[in-house]
Every structure is written in C-alpha cells, then in structure tokens.
Design a protein around this ligand. Structure first.
Ligand code: ACO
Length: 351
C-alpha cells in the first residue's frame, strides 16, 4: 500500500501521516489559558466606629442599624491615609501571599470611586509605591461597588488574550470622605478599606465565567456628583441615595445575574462552595442566597464588621474567607454585587 501524500505547494509534498502528527502536536500545545487567583490580601484602617458610637452623632440606634442592614461597625481611614495607601497595604499582603515580586506584575487595575486624584490614577500611584519599574499598564476603573468584579473581568480578558501573565487587581475606598456624617440615612451604611488579588495565567481553570451589566437609567437613585482633589472632595460632597429603590433593584438584579451566570457556565447552584457577595446589607445578601437555594453557612458575611466598602468589599470578604480557613483551594466561589450606575454582575471561579 502506498503512502498518502499531501501537496503543500507546487513543488513541496509531505506524507499525510506526518501532517496529521504535526497538527495533533500543535493542538496539544495550544492548551486553554485561564486566570487563577494566586494570592489575596486586604487592609482595614485601625479606627473602628460602632453603631453605638454613631448613635452619639446622629439620631439612630444599634437596634435600627443591625435589624435593617446587619452592620455593627465600620473602619475609617485616619486623616493621613489616602485610598492609594489602603490599596498599597492590601496589594503588599496579596503579593506576599502569592509569593510574587512586585516587578513580576504586568498589569494593575484599581476599582475605586474615591481615588486620590482625578489623575494620575490610583493604579499608577500604587505602581510607584510598590517600586514597580517594568512600565506595566496601570489604570483605574469606576463601576462603584461592582468595581472589583469589573476589574477582575478585564484582567481575565487580558490574561486569556495573552496580554498579561500576572495581574494585580485592587478594590480600595475611603468612602468616609464622601459620606455626610449628619445624614443618618447614609452615614450608618459605609466604611473604608481595601482588598487585592493577584491573578496569574494558568492551564487550570480559575475564573470560569463572569457577566457584568450596567443600566445608566438609574442615575437619580444613587449618585455622587463631585471629584477628589489631593484626597479631599470638591463639588457636591455627599452620596445621594434612595435606599428603598436601591434595595428593590439590588434584590431583583442580583438574583437574576447570579442565575444567568450559572446558567451560561452550565454550573448547578448546589455545586457552589461559597457565595462571596458585595457586603452592603445582610437582607440583600440573604435574598440572593435564598434565590440560589444556598444556606447561610455557604455565604461569606463580613458586613457586620466592615459595613459597605464599595469596590473593596468583595476582596475584603474573600480575604476573610481564606484567612479563616473557610475557603479552600479547588473550591467554587460565586461573587456578586451591585453599585451606582447601576453597575452589577456576578463571577464564577475556582479558587
Ligand atoms: N436610624 C434610625 N432611623 C432611620 C435611619 C437610621 N440610621 N435611617 C433612616 N431612618 C428612618 C427614616 O427616616 C424613616 O423614618 P420615617 O418612617 O419616620 O420617615 C424610617 O427609618 C424608615 O426608613 P426607610 O428608608 O423606609 O428604611 P428601610 O427599611 O428602607 O431601610 C435602608 C433603609 C437600610 C437604607 C435600606 O433601604 C437599604 O439597605 N437599602 C439599600 C441601600 C444600599 O445598600 N446602598 C448602598 C449603595 S448601593 C449598594 O451597595 C447595593
């Protein structure tokens, strides 16, 4: 029996079995690239304000705040601490957990609504403070409380597309600077903090699927018109919120996006090991968990101690879950959250 020949060009031929072997080898080399969490870190300012402390400042009570939100305390940056300082400490903790030298990082994204300046970005400030000299891209994104997930989704796309190998993703806020401490409707809800993740390219699945959404039609329900200048806000100073409208939209949209994310990934809710939600209000979190059929024991809850730290809340919760030994390598996590915009989303990942 003769050998079958494949004609490459007018005067070049190779045996068909050699071509098949070549294509098979190519396909085996071309394995899928994922992004995996290599390390997580966080930072909370030391100053802590309890509900009882707040009751000395505005007409409120521990009972009202606890029942309506699940919040018991919040941490507040001192006057010398800017968002980039909080971000730096969280980043250092994440890099040390990942055992990665700062100069190995080739992408930095910070999610924040309280960056130090209009520009340079907080990501650029963190790059400089970490002593990174490799000129890696660094930029901020603004998706309010969904900022960390938006940033993770973007970094995942960079890594899958081969544009980065080790990304530093940070959510950091000093919301205490944009809270009206005379307004009991809002001041009881928020806190300061930062959380960070190092994502690395991997052959093994890490981030499995994410779905980010936005609807700008809800500007009037939750907004803050103003800008940061050297750590101080100028223009309209405070967060403006219709709490009940936010609550209703959050409960509906988070249940939907969590379910859609699982459906699109063809992943059953019962296989989720931990729900790691944005920590705004324990009643919103309970509603999402209930919709997914997840018991409270499978939810990482930090809202009591952290309050709502916007873009920092999910990585702060992740870090707490890992440090307390609840979240283990190989487990499946569902992150979800919503914030001003509205901007919201959910992300399924294997830790
Ligand atoms: N202490 C005591 N009483 C208060 C306080 C307070 N801190 N704040 C409001 N009240 C009063 C109100 O004035 C009102 O009094 P009234 O009936 O005499 O007018 C009463 O309590 C009830 O107010 P509601 O706004 O109806 O209270 P509600 O049960 O809706 O709870 C809350 C308010 C906690 C803000 C809730 O709507 C909520 O959590 N919404 C979501 C908001 C949120 O999470 N925002 C964060 C940004 S977006 C995000 O991260 C998801």
């Amino acid at each position: 029996m003769g050998v079958m020949i494949y004609q490459i060009s007018e005067n070049r031929q190779i045996p068909l079995f050699a071509l098949s072997f070549y294509l098979l080898t190519l396909s085996m080399m071309n394995t899928m690239t994922y992004s995996r969490i290599l390390g997580i870190g966080s930072y909370l300012p030391t100053k802590r304000i309890t509900n009882d402390d707040l009751a000395q400042m505005v007409e409120t009570s521990d009972e009202w705040i606890s029942q309506r939100t699940g919040i018991k305390a919040r941490h507040i940056a001192d006057d010398s601490e800017k968002t980039s300082d909080l971000a730096l400490k969280a980043a250092q903790n994440a890099l040390s957990q990942a055992n990665i030298h700062p100069n190995e990082i080739d992408l930095i994204i910070v999610g924040t609504v309280t960056g130090d300046y209009a520009f340079p970005s907080t990501a650029c400030l963190v790059q400089q403070k970490l002593g990174i000299t490799n000129r890696c891209p660094a930029f901020d994104i603004q998706a309010a409380c969904a900022g960390f997930m938006y940033a993770m989704t973007m970094a995942d796309a960079y890594i899958r597309g081969g544009l980065a190998k080790k990304a530093l993703i940070i959510g950091a806020e000093t919301l205490s600077r944009i809270v009206n401490w005379q307004d009991r409707n809002t001041c009881v809800l928020f806190g300061d903090g930062a959380g960070a993740a190092v994502l690395g390219a991997s052959d093994e699945p890490g981030i499995i699927h994410s779905k980010m959404c936005a609807d700008g039609a809800f500007e009037s329900v939750l907004h803050m018109n103003g800008r940061m200048n050297n750590g101080e806000w100028t223009g309209a100073k405070f967060i403006n919120m219709d709490g009940q409208a936010v609550f209703k939209f959050a409960v509906k949209s988070l249940a939907e996006v969590a379910q859609e994310t699982l459906n699109e990934a063809n992943f059953p809710a019962e296989k989720i090991d931990w729900l790691v939600p944005h920590q705004a209000n324990s009643r919103i979190i309970d509603a999402t968990a209930e919709h997914l059929g997840l018991p409270r024991e499978k939810v990482i809850l930090t809202v009591a101690e952290h309050a709502n730290t916007s873009a920092a809340s999910i990585p702060l919760a992740l870090d707490e879950g890992i440090r307390t030994g609840k979240i283990q390598r190989g487990q499946h996590l569902l992150l979800e959250g919503i914030g001003g915009g509205f901007a919201w989303g959910a992300m399924l990942l294997r830790y």
